[in-house]
Design a protein around this ligand. Sequence first.
Ligand code: DLZ
Length: 163
Amino acid sequence: MATQLKNLSDFSETDVPSAAPYHFGIVVAEWNAEITNALYQGAYESLLEHGALIDNIFTYSVPGSFELIAGADILLKNKKLDAVICLGCVIQGETRHFDFICDAVANGISNVSLKYSKPVIFGVLTTDNQQQAIDRAGGKHGNKGVEGAVTAIKMANLFETLN
Ligand code: DLZ
């Protein structure tokens, strides 16, 4: 259960509630599949580690990170979920495509979250190059998929507590 904090010392980054009661959606972008598969593995295993049930995790793939928005929207419209984790990887290219996609995905995901009043997690790597992405998909800087799963569990728990 999420508890109301009285002072900062009550807070611990390592406290993760049990994921057992919750239903999760995971939407994974196919672009940069090597990276997004690693994010997905991290997120999925982390949900299970924290007690989520296999039958309560619903995974779908979409073509690119831009489609994560519609993917999350469709999932929340059609399934009873407590949180959706969006996983993607956008790598800087030579055009402004990068900026448009990153802005659209960040705004779109937060709009879907507010529309359904459910946590929709931004597990999208936005990097200058492939190596930076590898470093954050199970490499030396951790795995953004794991971070996304832990965030989803914490937020599902918070929404449950406050609703
Ligand atoms: C078109 C495009 C480009 C150039 N780069 C990426 C990327 O680095 N990561 C990603 O997830 N998707 C990319 N896309 C695809 C767009 O997200 C989207 O799928 C297309 O623009 C079609 O809507």
